[in-house]
Design a protein around this ligand. Sequence first.
Ligand SMILES: Nc1ncnc2c1ncn2[C@@H]1O[C@H](COP(=O)(O)OP(=O)(O)OP(=O)(O)O)[C@@H](O)[C@H]1O
Length: 595
Amino acid sequence: MSSWGADAPAEPADDAFGASDAFGAPDPNEAGEDGADAAAAENLSLKFATLTLSKEEFRNKAVAKGWTETTAYDYGAFQEGFQTGSHGASQKYEWNDEYGDVAPKIPDLERILFGGEFQVSKGKHMENLPVEVALDSEEKVAPISTFDDAGLHPVILENIKLAQYSLPTPIQRYTIPAVLQGKDVVAIAQTGSGKTAAYMIPTLSKLMGKAKKLRGPRPGASSPKVRAEPLVVIVVPTRELAMQIFDEARRMCYRSMLRPCVTYGGRPYADTMDDLAQGCEILIATPGRLTDLMDKPHVLTMSRVKYTIIDEADEMLNTDWSEALAEIMGGGDTNDDADHVYMMFSATFPKGARQMAREYMSQSYVRIRIGRAGQAHKNIRQNILYVDKDQKRECVYDLLFSMEDPGRTIIFCNFKSEVDLVDDFLYNRGIPSTSIHSDRNQCEREDAMRAFRQGKAPVLVATGVSARGWDVKDVKHIINYDLPSCMYGGITEYIHRIGRTARIGHQGLATSLYNERNEDIAQDLVNTLVECDCEIPEFLQHLVPENTQEIDFGDDSEDEIEGEDGFGGGDAGGAAAVADDSGFAADGAVPPADW
Ligand SMILES: Nc1ncnc2c1ncn2[C@@H]1O[C@H](COP(=O)(O)OP(=O)(O)OP(=O)(O)O)[C@@H](O)[C@H]1O
């Protein structure tokens, strides 16, 4: 064990890779979410066990739990294109007009959509997530306590149950009623807090009852193809995220008339056209491909769109996308009726981005923020190690053996060339790793992601930019091989990277390799560690603020609460909800029992 590894705490065994079967169904031995046993109590204190296994013992244990032997890529096959179809062509529920009012179940499809890698279980540590709510709305938004009391369409309620979402998360408690009231929404909440379902559930629920009336044409005998006339457009910054949101849409549209489609750069055009020509009510897209299609009126019209949703909104408001976004938000033949609803979601929302968001939203939009914009949470154990540049690879190798139990790990590098080098290095040492970055062709990207999700390659090396929003089950360890520099996202990027672990009440570890090249992010890093009660290493102690209770995060959240445009309503007569002593919004709603 090297000196770096000695500093690296191994995580507790509760949520480890092996505890819920590496590739799908939860292990029956895993304590349920209510199993507040002694072990859980100990985990609550976030104590991490010290390493006890040798590398050989660890490897044997890892193999027993699903680590595969390394297998070389067949790069030739990737060049030939998709062998088994792109992810966008994945199976979904196809409505048949003969169904009448109640559509039948399709057990095989149900298993695909809600089982295996898609089967989520809420972790045992929801109480470590922030619950303070800042809400600004002209009209009262009464938070829901359960999905059953939200007035949702019965089909989506059934799908929520199949997805095993037992209770709404804090962001869902407020966003669902706001969307059901027909409001434009800007919502900010921590990574892994369920923002996707927060917009998907109420939007689809509202449309399900009226789908027959609202939906566009379907191909028939006289016209074998139709153009896509979506009712909902969801725009996301990366291809992988588009596929993931499509998966959630496939689940939530199950047994409904709403047909989801996804389009992204790299998905073969012919494939996309064929899919859209079968009918499309929900369109998930990356911005470049969407504007491309908007220029082809025989393929796509935006004239029926009732909901435009921007996920990872601060990334999308980034100047690189600003032109495409302006076109999507109001260009082309976009429906500009007053009832067109706009929504924006992210875990981070710098002040500049918030100002831009206001340009696109109606004056009475509802703003919902859980905790502080850009806040990490205490379920992520953050650890910073001082490592010289030329020792980083060895260090990462050792870190992979530092966990008490093997789990999925993502290693972030700042450069594509570094990603390739680190992946090669680990592969040559027998680690089942894979990698992803924007220079890879689409087949390689989808294959790498599939291998990682399914656990065939439980170590993924990636550039940070590509990883926004990824939700992969059982990611136990994030390693920042490089820390993001302030020129390239800084602490915002760091928060998104470490947020790939410890999702929805689980715990995880984030280890960052630090040296003098990272001084520009040091102060922000220390502030984040202090806020999350994580240990500050000796070499960063001098940056610990004197008053740790009043750290200036430079995010201007307080401005929002107090200012004219503020969250919390202020003079605008808004229905402000702030946390009471119990940490739940003091708005009269009864908090769910176990959040
Ligand atoms: N109410 C719920 N109960 C249990 N699990 C849920 C619930 N809502 C969502 N989830 C699950 O939580 C996980 C994280 O959700 P999601 O990806 O939407 O997070 P997010 O807030 O968008 O994160 P990020 O900011 O990183 O994109 C998903 O696996 C999702 O299926």
